[in-house]
Write a protein that binds this ligand. Structure first.
Ligand code: MFK
Length: 566
């Protein structure tokens, strides 16, 4: 009879993920873990349920459509999205992907840890509804911190579990002048005779454009150039009477991935908007609250991709037989899966630590040192997890061979969608430079180094993690020296920024895996200690930054393109 491969089955994202369960228990303690487990178990089962996976596939096949005009010629600029995308959003919202961090009971400051675990599982099944969720959460927090009484009603909608009341928010920051250099924002804000603010300009990348509202930056007339002149505004797609605001869709973006998610170019032609706080030029500082949270969401998305890719790879290795033996028994393949597992454990350790500190900061229980750690840990967690996730998703696809390269396996969508992680919310270099700035202004890197050192020292005598903890301490000393020798020279610091950021993230992840591994080993499970050891053996700091920067742009790159007729 013709051979037919037994298909791999995606395991339950909670019951089938030992590292996630152990990590959440490590962060929460036994008692809170018991109370959070049912919620997380439900999400684990839901996110790997065949119906949910089918919805995600459907949303991938049904990209958004821009409908500029009504049947009778009225300009409407509707964006139609797949019903599957809407349904996936409903499933997440009902289970608290936006609401849980705002419900202090029963988890208190640890709510962000429970929530982060929840969203890592839901994200890869959400057909990128995780994107509006990121911006909605971040907008709610930004409005709570910087907004006034009028914003509170909006926050209620943004943090509701009731799909009939729940709103989502976008974040319209990027303009044609740049996603990174936000200070060049050209959108202007003018005040009407009746005192209302109206915005004029073009927003170049606006995702989740079907959201009810967005937070955006604009320059009030007469305000200075640069980021110091920008103010933050809340802007709604529809006015209070249901009529459309003066927001026009130029076109939808044709993206490599995130295909189910609408991303548009928008023109604001006198669109009504409400300042968040004053208009005295605190816009970038205020939107930074939003950015720090969306960067955490991005990191959670990267962990989700790593977990999903690893789950598919392992599942396939269990059912596939080659050269007369199960694939899972080949040392070459085991080595590949081991490194994927280490990347996943390291990324999760960083993300849950960031979530823990975010929860403390939001509930005003963080110490000054913890705030400094969080300031630097957010960008480096985002940049490191995104890079690991891109490599991990590609590795997972490769591990399924040719079938993994075919659309109906779902792996190509995972690879495409993961590729947005290093780009969305700040590229690797932009975030590396953010770490340098936060180090010079707030001592962020020093705080991270001290925290990692204290962690490694606390377990360096424990046999299971002694080697890894020793490597962490050596790496921290090297990093300190590299920071010291480069920070005073702006060009040298820039050239070294990426290797410093990745080195610090990897070393910090290893320190966290050391303390978690020692804790788990005392309870009888040595696998996280093994992950710490393997991570340390791979090397914690990348090579020193190149000094041969003249190789970057070769002579001749200014030669005009060929004009020969083909
Ligand atoms: C899933 C979706 C898929 C769709 C496809 C997506 C495609 C990609 C679309 C995109 O374009 S994503 C673009 C994402 N863009 C960014 O993430 C912004 C990157 N740029 C930065 O992060 C800059 O550092 C930033 C704009 C925030 C600030 O740069 P500036 O203009 O040079 O200002 P400056 O002086 O560094 O900071 C201004 C103030 O904000 C300072 O405070 P003070 O005024 O009190 O001195 C900073 O300390 C503060 N600040 C900046 N970043 C902060 C921060 N505070 C706290 N946390 C931060 N992260």
């Amino acid at each position: 009879m013709e051979f037919l491969q037994t298909p791999p089955a995606l395991p339950d994202a909670w019951a089938g993920d030992r590292v996630l369960r152990e990590s959440v228990r490590f962060f929460l303690g036994d008692e809170l873990f018991s109370s959070a487990s049912p919620v997380l178990a439900e999400m684990g089962a839901l996110s790997s349920h065949p119906r949910v996976l089918a919805l995600a596939m459907q949303a991938e096949r049904e990209p958004p459509r821009h409908v500029p005009y009504s049947t009778w010629g009225e300009r409407i600029d509707e964006i139609e999205v797949s019903p599957a995308y809407v349904e996936l959003g409903r499933l997440g919202v009902e289970r608290g992907v936006t609401a849980l961090p705002y419900e202090r009971d029963p988890y208190g400051p640890a709510a962000r840890v429970v929530w982060a675990a929840l969203v890592t599982m839901w994200g890869p099944s959400s057909a990128l509804y995780s994107c509006p969720v990121a911006m909605t959460d971040a907008a709610a927090r930004t409005l709570l911190v910087h907004g006034g009484p009028d914003d509170l009603e909006v926050v209620e909608h943004l943090t509701s579990r009731d799909p009939s009341r729940a709103w989502t928010s976008g974040q319209w920051m990027t303009e044609m002048t740049g996603g990174s250099d936000v200070g060049r924002t050209e959108t202007s804000a003018r005040r009407d005779a009746d005192g209302a603010w109206r915005l004029y300009g073009t927003k170049w990348f606006t995702s989740a454009t079907t959201s009810e509202l967005a937070l955006t930056l604009a320059r009030p007339e007469g305000a200075p150039d640069g980021s110091k002149g920008l103010a933050l505004f809340r802007i709604h797609r529809r006015n209070a009477d249901g009529s459309r605001n003066d927001i026009f869709v130029r076109r939808l973006k044709d993206k490599l991935g995130t295909r189910s998610l609408p991303t548009a170019e928008l023109e604001l032609k006198g669109a009504l908007a409400y300042p968040v706080g004053d208009v005295e030029g605190n816009g970038v500082r205020r939107i930074a609250t939003m950015l720090n949270l969306t960067r955490l969401h991005n990191s959670i998305g990267s962990v989700g991709s790593l977990a999903r890719g690893l789950a598919w790879s392992r599942s396939y290795a269990r059912v596939r037989e080659v050269f007369g033996k199960p694939l899972e028994s080949f040392p070459a393949h085991r080595a590949t899966l081991t490194d994927l597992a280490v990347d996943h454990a390291a990324a999760l350790a960083l993300v849950l630590r960031c979530a823990e500190l975010t929860g403390k900061a939001e509930s005003d229980t963080a110490t000054d040192d913890e705030r400094r750690i969080l300031r630097g840990l957010t960008p480096i967690t985002k940049l490191a997890t995104a890079r690991w996730a891109v490599a991990g998703a590609a590795e997972a696809m490769e591990s399924l061979g040719g079938v993994g390269y075919c659309e109906d396996s779902g792996l190509p969508a995972l690879v495409r969608n993961t590729h947005v992680m290093p780009i969305w919310e700040g590229t690797t270099n932009v975030l590396s430079l953010d770490l340098l700035r936060a180090t010079q202004r707030d001592g962020a890197a020093q705080a991270i180094v001290e925290d990692a050192r204290a962690a490694a020292r606390s377990v360096v005598e424990e046999p299971e993690v002694a080697d890894a903890a020793t490597a962490v301490l050596a790496s921290l000393a090297q990093l300190e020296e590299r920071f010291r020798s480069t920070l005073n020279d702006a060009d040298a610091a820039q050239a070294a920024a990426r290797s410093l950021a990745i080195g610090l993230a990897t070393t910090y992840a290893c320190a966290r895996l050391c303390i978690q591994g020692a804790w788990a080993a005392r309870r009888g499970d040595k696998r996280t200690a093994l992950a710490a050891t393997r991570l340390a053996r791979r090397g914690l700091i990348p090579l020193v930054a190149p000094e041969e920067l003249e190789l970057a742009m070769e002579d001749g790159s200014d030669v005009p393109p060929s004009r020969i007729e083909a």
